[in-house]
Every structure is written in C-alpha cells, then in structure tokens.
Design a protein around this ligand. Sequence first.
Ligand code: NAD
Ligand code: MG
Length: 385
Amino acid sequence: MLNITILGSTGSIGKQTLDIIRNKKDIFKVSALTSNSNIELLCEQVKEFKPELTVIADKNKYKDLKNFLAGEETTILCGEEGLIRAATYEETDLVISAIVGIAGLLPTYAAIKKGKKLALANKETLVTAGNIIMKEAVEKNVKIIPVDSEHSAIFQCIEKEENEISKIILTASGGPFREKTIDELTRVTIADALKHPNWSMGKKITIDSATMMNKGLEVIEAKWLFDMPRERIEVCIHPQCIIHSMVEYIDGSLIAQLGYTDMILPIQSAMTYPNRKKTDFEKLKLSEIKELSFYEPDFKKFTCLGLAYDALEYGDSTCVVLNAANEIAVKSFLQGLIKFNDIYKLIYSIMEKHNIVAVKTIEDVLLIDKWGREKGEDLLKRGVF
Ligand code: NAD
Ligand code: MG
C-alpha cells in the first residue's frame, strides 16, 4: 500500500490523480489532501478518500471547512504551515506536487528535505529553484519522478540507458495560435487563449501554452531534471501531440514515447515507478492517427519561448524573475487588464530591469520572486511596459 499526499488535489492534475487512486484502491491510499480555496470540492474528496490530514491554504476558508467537515475523522490545517505538514506527513510515502505556480515551491522543497518520494507536476519549482532542489534531492537520496508529459516521456526513454545522450527534443502542440499570424495575435481574446486544441488543463498552464511560455518553462525544467545544457534541449512543434518527447543518443538513434493526449498515463507512470501497472483506457491506434507532422518553432511569433532560453543563458536569478513576471502577466491577462501580446511585453520589461544576482537558498528565490512581482505590479499600475 502506498500512502499518498496530493498537494493541489482540487486542480486538473490533482483530480486526475484521484481518478487513478479510485481505480487502484488496492495499491494506493490517500493520506493528505490540500487545496487553495475550493472547499466544496475538497470536502467531497475528503468524504470519498478519507485522508488523515486535510489542508486549506487560504486561511479565510478554514472555519467554513471545519464546519463542512464536522464529523469527519480528519485533521484540518490551513496556511503554508499546513501545506508543509501535508508534504512531510509521517505516513506519506509519495508526494504528488500539483499546486500551480511558485506557491508549490516551499511544500515541494519540504517534501524533499524530509526524504519523501516525489512525483513532480509543479514545473515552477524547478524553473525557480532547480539548482537548490536538485542538490537537496541528491543529498536526501530522493528520486524526483516527472509528471509533466514531456519530461515523463524523456524519463521513460532514458531510465534504463547508460548511453550518452546528444540531445533532448521536447515536443510542443503549438497551442491554439499555432497557425495565427503575428498580426492576428494582437486581437485574440481570453476565451480564444483558453481553448487548447489538445490538452485540458488548469487556466494558468493553458495560457502558458498559448504563449508557448509553457514550453520555455519546460526547457528550464528539462535542464535540471536531465542535467542538459540549453544548447542540447530542442523544441519541436508536433501538432498531433502523439509523441510526447524524444531523446537522441550520440549514435543518432532517436527514442520516443507515444500516447494519446491524456495526463492519466504520465501521472500513473510516476505513481507506479519503477513498475508499470495495467490500465483499461483506450490504447493508441497509430493507423487511426495516420500522420504525424513536425515543424520548427517560430521564435518571432512565440517570443516568450525565446525569453525562457535567454533566462537560462543569464542564470538562475533571471529564471526566477521570468517565472514571477509570467505569473503576474498571465494573471493580469486572465483578469482582462492586459492584452495577449502584452504578456510578452510585460515579462520582457520586468526582466530587463533585473540585475543578476546569485541564488543560493530558497529565501533568495523568494526574495527575487517578490521583487519580480512588485516590479510587475508597479509597471502595470503606471502602464509602462
Ligand atoms: P490547476 O489550476 O488546475 O490546479 C492547481 C491546484 O493548486 C489546485 O488544487 C489549487 O487549489 C492549488 N493552488 C493554487 N494556488 C495555490 C496556492 N497559492 N497555495 C496552495 N495551493 C494552491 O493547475 P493544474 O493544471 O493542475 O497544474 C498544476 C501544476 O502542474 C502546474 O505547475 C502545471 O504547470 C503543471 N502541469 C499541469 C498539467 C495539466 O495537464 N494540467 C500538465 C503538466 C504540468
Ligand atoms: Mg507539458
């Protein structure tokens, strides 16, 4: 029996993790669930999965949650201390890190420090603190198993290979605006950006996919997970999203992992690692897919992708600023405060004002993140970016 903490159980990844657990009650048990503020769904989940610990990050919702769960045998906590408690819970064997944004960093770091096995969906953790996280994982002998479909694919392609890799190729759908012109991008709406052609995900990552910042964040994530320099991480547009990513070895052999666009597979594969378990969902039928196509990404149109490669070049503190700026820009876009094209402009303006500094601790990361957010709020308020 594997006891599981899900950080962010009410989100897209969190709900799919619970779907897997629901079908595999003989091997998985929920020990802790956490949500930011969605108490209704969290309550339903608690009643069904009976975790020993339930955490609501938003302290204002704590009282309501307590009332809703009166009679349930679960310890209820709130705030950051609660999230950290869930991440380090004694009974927990595996932590699923599925909070969105840098809010996932501290609990994920705490899980690693405690030596918990980690299935990592929260990409912002490695984008902002890759160096610190990977060092801590080595020290605590923690295996970080990627959930992000591209990294899961690469992980599956290399897990048993000792051979030398020449490069990693991350595939990308190209998002909803793959075929739009640069001019058309000036007129897209929030609703257009939220219509992803292939994947159904949380709002933030869906907007990140539309700007292709998502792929940029994944390039940074891949650098840390697979210890690859940026020159050897390539992005390839593959609209069918059947190949989830590839690894090229020095002899030129290219190994790929294929599947339908469904996060259940990468999530389950992280949960059952190093084993595989039978699934009863539809298996890939290549004869029905018929064609797979590939293109180079258009860096002139998807300028955010270039910003992420630049951030990697400039170093760790720039990656923290890139992430903070992106979180602010996406939030503002979703609130209707800025246009789609302003996302890039705002991120660029914030990054331009950043003076590169060393990042040695998680506190450094949080300080730089705060600077990035405040600079963003300031530029937004003054309308200069
Ligand atoms: P989501 O928005 O659907 O869910 C986010 C979860 O985090 C929710 O449970 C929410 O309550 C919680 N949360 C949000 N803000 C919080 C805060 N401040 N404090 C504590 N908890 C908070 O997001 P998602 O699409 O499930 O994505 C989660 C993470 O996984 C992201 O980092 C995303 O990039 C990554 N990811 C998602 C997918 C996908 O298919 N959805 C694929 C690959 C990677
Ligand atoms: Mg991905």
